[in-house]
Ligand binder design. Sequence first.
Ligand SMILES: [Zn+2]
Length: 308
Amino acid sequence: MKTRFYTHPICREHLTPPGHPERPDRLRVIVDRLDDEPFAYLDRREAPLGEEAAVLLAHPRQHLDKVKAAIPEEGLARIDEDTTVSPKSFEAALTAVGGATAAVDDVFSGEAGNVFVAARPPGHHAEKTRAMGFCLFNNAAIAARHAQRAHGVERVAIVDWDVHHGNGTQDIFWDDPSVLYCSTHQMPLYPGGGAREETGAGNIVNAPLAPGSGSDAFRQAFDTLVLPAVERFAPDLIIISAGFDAHRRDPLAEINLEAEDFDWATGKLMDKADRLSQGRLVSLLEGGYDLQGLAVSVAAHVGRLMKG
Ligand SMILES: [Zn+2]
């Protein structure tokens, strides 16, 4: 079955201040790279605009209204120290949500074997009631809830290999054993949490990595913590919070992964999805701030997804 790829030009119109790492060029290099010949059979689609009702699967109305009210008519407006919005940011964020929910629909309908969504703003730092860390709405959390509501499944696993801890996803599912949240991340690092002891209702698995860690530590964390947790949980769907800022070139962290590590981790999760989730796998872009590191890592990730 085919690998589907969603993105949308509106996601490049979510603007951030000059010098900000979470910038429109990130999507440009991904789209350029996936235009290369090895990806000729990628099923490319425009991400649809998501519905506000989908946002409300993971956030209260008050949060959605607050984000909407922060959108400026021109220029930039600041939500917190790192998080800004521009006139098109709300539409971009709803498109990131729309891509995520469409991806879930596709793997349940059988339209696609697996799906990668390259949208921005990213989502995993967005808590129930707080936009932060470049994130407005939690796309992965919304996708998980959408799978439960629209497709009637019980258990969804979210595996987050972004180099930062996904505090938002952890916050949203802290007391919800129907969603497994597993994260590898550098610690200490923004946003500060993600210790092994943070286990929620037994559904949170944090695998922190020391600064300077590389492939061995990452793969060991995956093999000993993440993959066994996914196996025990037996999810109906696996969602990847696919940040690529653990790549060695990334300027925001000190983890030294190579593109091959993302290929490897993707393959491991595809094996689990094949055994446990009827192959259903949805991958959503989170971070990744060195354009070259991002492009080679996404190419490795999507290349593996396409191998089926
Ligand atoms: Zn990150």
